[in-house]
Design a protein around this ligand. Structure first.
Ligand code: ADP
Ligand code: NA
Length: 339
């Protein structure tokens, strides 16, 4: 069988939070550490995706640097994984255009993420940008330009992966040869981590309340205070009931996924185990587990983020490798299309 190629991306739009880590980044590092020797791994800071929302240029540049330091801090090794800024590899945007000539606007319009955005848009189409609409086409290009066979993503991204598969198959059918590789989805084993202040929403970089998320740069005392003030409920005891008790269940999810015993237990079992505790004591346990997960990441990050020369060197090397990986695909794509 053909060697595997793993690709995934994250937007450099701020310090990643605990949800990004438990839902995605931790799996990236794990895949790297357990991959067979002939597996290629590519991890991208998708800055072209970031500008689908208007960004402050100075801030974006700073975030790109910080996000790169964070990918190293969570355990990605630039000798093993290709780590790069998306905009440093123009073939992503070039393939996107070619795929745009293949993509159905009807299909794109039915994507949940677009429908959510348009539902909130009261002024009609004036303010809605084309880039946001065609976001999934760029995402498909990101994956297909590197012939990724496996794409680790959170549950929220499964629909976009299906789109990438369809566009790859559609392209191959149109041009009568196998040029693009439909990728397989590796859905994260971790559940969605929810906001600490509004546990019916997912923990997100874009949420305005800073207490809603735990950052991978938060000091221990900040983590403890955020968890201490997490919204729970006034029901008796500790039970795992995501519908009825979203706050408490989210704490159990965080504890479960932060702990060592992920493989051997379930959140239900965990809740039974913690039954006798007060909510306050539960929060203390959760805070302990989370500080233990984040502390080493934060410490590595702090030692990396100020070394501009080292970060530039990593970005440069990564870009060179990613440019080569993408070029091989573009030769075949252009040949198929007649360009
Ligand atoms: P955000 O939604 O915070 O802006 P991104 O869109 O950059 O984060 O997502 C990066 C990765 O992190 C994706 O694979 C996504 O599925 C995952 N992710 C984001 N938020 C969460 C969450 N609350 N719980 C679990 N995984 C998440
Ligand atoms: Na997201």
């Amino acid at each position: 069988t053909r060697p595997k190629t793993i690709f995934s991306g994250i937007q450099p739009t701020g310090v990643p939070h605990l949800g990004n880590y438990l839902g995605a980044l931790r799996q990236w590092a794990k895949l790297q550490d357990t991959a067979e020797a002939d597996t290629t791994l590519l991890y991208s800071l998708v800055d072209l995706h970031a500008i689908t929302i208007r960004q402050n240029p100075k801030q974006l540049r700073q975030w790109k640097k910080e996000s790169l330091a964070m990918l190293l801090a969570i355990g990605l090794d630039p000798k093993r994984s290709v780590i790069f800024h998306q905009s440093a590899v123009p073939a992503h945007a070039e393939l996107m255009w070619i795929l745009s000539c293949q993509a159905s606007t009807g299909y794109l319009g039915r994507m949940t993420q677009w429908k959510d955005k348009t539902a909130n848009e009261k002024d009609g189409s004036e303010k809605l940008k084309l880039g946001l609409f065609s976001y999934p086409v760029l995402q498909a290009a990101d994956i297909l330009v590197h012939r990724a066979t496996h794409v680790p993503v959170g549950h929220d991204q499964a629909q976009h992966l299906e789109f990438a598969r369809q566009i790859a198959n559609g392209f191959n059918e149109t041009y009568g040869r196998h040029v693009l590789t439909p990728p397989e989805t590796l859905v994260s084993p971790a559940k969605r981590i929810m906001s600490l202040t509004e546990p019916d929403k997912k923990m997100s970089k874009s949420h305005s309340n800073p207490k809603s998320r735990i950052l991978l740069t938060d000091p221990d005392d900040v983590i403890r205070s955020k968890i201490k003030s997490a919204v729970t409920d006034s029901y008796e005891g500790i039970t795992y009931e995501p519908e009825r008790r979203p706050g408490v269940s989210n704490l159990l999810d965080i504890f479960y996924h932060s702990g060592e015993a992920v493989e051997t237990s379930s959140q239900d079992e965990l809740a039974k185990h913690m039954q006798g505790l007060s909510l306050r004591a539960l929060k203390e346990e959760v805070a302990m587990a989370v500080t233990n997960v984040i502390r080493p990441i934060r410490e590595r990050y702090e030692s990396l983020v100020h070394d501009q020369a080292a970060l530039d060197a990593v970005a440069e090397k990564g870009a060179q490798k990613a440019v080569r990986s993408a070029a091989a695909t573009m030769v075949e794509v252009k040949s198929a299309v007649g360009l």
